[in-house]
Design a protein around this ligand. Structure first.
Ligand code: NIG
Ligand code: FE
Length: 407
């Protein structure tokens, strides 16, 4: 197969040089007037137009558009049935996330709808949402289960994820999240042990997940319960992610540190001493600002996280309740305003740093030799323009392993 060379890139945001912390977040390693050469789905050369020598290859002229790495969305609850639109008016009039949850709405109502939906219905709805994400530049997506809360439906969700990964051109990373809520009629340890003893072995046997996650939160699962289920996941060979500090800081960081988690996610109310512990262990903080926006809640203290040198990633948290948003560009705009981040900081956090949140920083998240050719072409003058202007989506092509997957 002939190589492809993409020419006349006005700004190529390469993000070369690895994961970014502190001031390096502002450095996107930009090449102006660049080209990029791709062979067998991988980047083999990046350089300046003035140095380009075209050989026997396919030339694709990008006509002075910009190029960024494919967006890595490291946190989603993609596979679900039903809708929670009916909760919106309640929420905007003051009902809290936990009020709705405790009244049997929230996650519980999605669990009911997900149990009732067939494999095909879940698959089709999730596929539609993936293509909405691709249209906003996503080329790799993490997906969690957790709307089943019983053996049959947790496995149904994870099998949908596996099938989507096989069929669709983006890469999907799967996370088993049985402790997302306590189903009615159970006490916590009875439920957790049922998941551990009857579902986890199937997840491992069928290779349905790479990570295990848990909603560690006051009124959901406490530290001991979370440790109990996550430790079983770890012993079975899964890596660990944890939802912590979305509403209250009840010590989730200590559980993450004890288990050597890859990431902690949400971190809306994480305090300074917890941040120090995350920094020491190299655990990525995955921040989800579109959730803060949608819940009308506070934003994570990213300025302090930056100051302390944490690895910070930004992701979207697509789900039917706390963040019904498939648009990563809107998430990026919210992130910049809500967390006071520059466009370059936002871009670092949603590419190379979010690749680190799924342990893939060696293969995706930046545009440099030997990395996968996952990139997004935008018809605008800079990434600053995408963030500063809240206008039309400027994406004209989304390449996954060197092929345009934008429909
Ligand atoms: O990441 N916080 C827990 N899980 C999801 C919300 C799920 C839901 O509301 O359905 C989240 O925000
Ligand atoms: Fe979540």
């Amino acid at each position: 197969m002939l190589n492809k060379v993409f020419i006349n890139i006005s700004k190529l945001y390469s993000l070369a040089g690895g994961v970014r912390i502190h001031d390096a977040l502002n450095d996107c390693a930009i090449y102006e007037n660049a080209y990029m050469r791709v062979c067998d789905g991988k980047i083999v050369d990046v350089g300046y137009m003035c140095d380009l020598k075209i050989v026997d290859e396919v030339v694709i002229d990008l006509h002075n558009q910009i190029v960024i790495p494919g967006i890595v969305d490291a946190h989603s609850h993609l596979v679900f049935g039903g809708s929670r639109v009916n909760e919106y008016a309640m929420k905007i009039q003051g009902a809290s996330y936990m009020d709705i949850y405790n009244a049997g709405g929230g996650i519980h109502s999605t669990v009911k709808a997900t149990r009732e939906a067939s494999f095909e219905e879940l698959y089709e709805q999730a596929k539609k949402h993936i293509y909405e994400m691709v249209a906003c530049g996503v080329t790799t997506l993490e997906v969690k289960s957790g709307y089943g809360l019983n053996k049959e439906t947790e496995l149904k969700q994870l099998r949908v994820v596996k099938q989507l990964d096989k069929d669709l051109p983006i890469d999907i990373v799967s996370t088993f999240m049985p402790a997302h809520a306590l189903p009615k009629g159970y006490t916590s340890y009875v439920y957790l042990d049922e998941m551990k003893d009857t579902v986890l072995p199937v997840v491992v046997e069928e290779q349905l997940a790479e990570y295990m996650d848990c909603f560690l939160e006051k009124g959901v699962f406490d530290c001991d319960e979370s440790y109990h289920i996550l430790k079983a996941g770890k012993e079975a060979g899964l890596k660990i992610k944890i939802h912590i500090d979305e509403i209250e800081d009840i010590g989730g960081t200590d559980v993450a540190c004890a288990l050597g988690a890859t990431s902690v996610e949400h971190c809306m109310v994480t305090n300074g001493s917890s941040m120090d512990k995350l920094k020491d262990k190299g655990i990525v903080a995955v921040i989800l600002p579109a959730t803060s926006f949608n819940l009308c809640k506070e934003y994570a203290n990213v300025s302090l996280m930056k100051e302390k040198g944490l690895i910070i990633a930004l992701s979207n948290d697509f789900n039917p309740g706390s963040c019904p948003c498939t648009d990563s560009l809107w998430m990026a705009r919210i992130a910049s305003r809500g967390l006071r981040l520059t466009p370059n900081e936002v871009l670092s956090m949603m590419t190379i740093n979010s690749a680190k949140a799924i342990d893939r920083e060696d293969i995706i998240g930046s545009l440099e030799c030997n990395k996968q050719a996952d990139f997004v072409v935008m018809n605008c003058s800079s990434f600053d323009e995408v963030i500063a202007n809240m206008m039309k989506n400027p994406i004209t092509a989304v390449y996954k392993k060197g092929e345009n997957i934008l429909c």
